[in-house]
Design a protein around this ligand. Sequence first.
Ligand code: PLP
Length: 551
Amino acid sequence: MKLQEQSQDIIDLCGDAVELDLLVSQMKNLMVEHINEGRKPGALVVEYKPPEELKTLIDLDLPYTGIGVSGLMPLLQNVLRYSVNSWNPGFMDKLYAGTNPVGIITEMLIALLNANSHVYHVSPVLTLIENSVSEKLARLLGMGEKSGGITCPGGAFSNQLAMLTARNYMFPEIKTKGYCNFGKKLIVFTSSGGHYSIEKTGMALGLGIDNIVKVPCDDQGRMRTDELERLIIQSLERKEAPFFINATAGTTVLGAFDPLKEIGKIAKQYKLWFHVDGSWGGSLLFSDEHRHLIEGSSLADTFVLNPHKLLGTPLQCSFLLASDRQIFRQSNSLGAQYLFHDDSKYDLGDGTLGCGRRPDAIKLFIGWKIYGIIGYKQRIEHAFKMAKYLTNLVKKNSRFRMVLESPPNLQVCFWYVPKRMIILDQEEKESKKYQTWKEQMSLVTKEIHKRLQERGRFLIDYSPLELNGKELPPFFRVVINAPSINEHYLDELVKEFEGAGEGVLEYLEENKKFQNGLNITNGNCYMNGNGHVGGNGVLRTLGRANGNNKE
Ligand SMILES: Cc1ncc(COP(=O)(O)O)c(C=O)c1O
């Protein structure tokens, strides 16, 4: 081969490296700008556009001839411009927040390796990391010497795999022969505040959504253990096969912690699988101050923990832990010989429902290495401090009404109560007056939510909820998670609500949004003029804002 041809070969072989060098250096600038943009005072979390408008702003056409690196950067800029900037502390909409620089680097490492962690021989280091991190987490939860786990693509899938594992372990004949001839209904218990993935799993496993029994919650959103036991006994009397309890450590809306210790004891007494969905609250194990909230975790057969929520690890990073780390392979393996060869002990994919899998564990591994337990502890404790600060702000302001007087976790939930509007504390849930109020409050919340979204400074979600047997109208749920949240942002947040709430009642009246026969002029649920609003009574489930909500 001539010298000239040889050097051309080398350039071709190195082409990827040259292209990566170019892309990474250009991307680096975009990334740094994006973070800086998110942290500028007054910056928007999102330049919100409805879908039809957004379609005209992003080039969605797929070309025959590629646009090349030079064409790519403007496209990436546009993607960043119209996406939600989760580096902005005003992103308080979901249980995850922005990630951190080391998270980005780890994602790049995963992309660089393009490794699949289903079998050991294609991802040896990553497999050992996954085993090691899972074992460490499970041990910290006190799940015992044999404990360990695997990662799954998210909390919902982890819950699904937990239930599948339990069912296959407890009823191996269903695994092979199916459910048709089993003869008994399989029953699952979860609380009315539990995540919907438990019902979805009931749907996916053929149990039927009706057989996922919702155990009522108390006035703080925690599963009632007296009700749980009553429902288990009833199920046994009906000759059903109750087999799985899902307790939640940190519910999605209120952040409540089910009493794990008591539930664990009940599970043991009736020989049910005890699963803890700690997708949100499980990470509290890193905080000495708040770990007591997940006391009883050690009793769990399986436990889910999502570092991509409270710890800022990039999405997705979810661990499904078990008191017996072999249980996943034992319950779910099909021993597909073409993939999992003779000694598949280290082939983690064999224990899951999937085949190829992302090596997500390394994201927590690297984060943990760089920050240490102490870093996560500080992150969690800062978040609790900020949640308390916001709670106090809200309680002092007559425009707001807390849903729970003392939030158990990092969600601060409240209604924004416009002038003249009242909170119906003591009304019976069936009464027409309560229903009217609920509908009106719902309209108010949704209208303010729309306005906040259009203003773009803060992104905050809302939710209705059934609490202690009463259906509450939608309220705002502010999630305090990002370490960049500080007192100043929270002061701004309250002002933003006041701005968005300005004139909301008048707008709804003028636009005749208060429909369904609600007689707004009679003012069933709010006062015309400056009358007293509210009363001293408190829906037993509801906290009160300071004072009488008097204007
Ligand atoms: C308690 C709980 N479990 C499970 C999930 C689902 O987690 P993921 O979105 O990672 O699937 C959530 C999501 O918010 C949750 O709050």
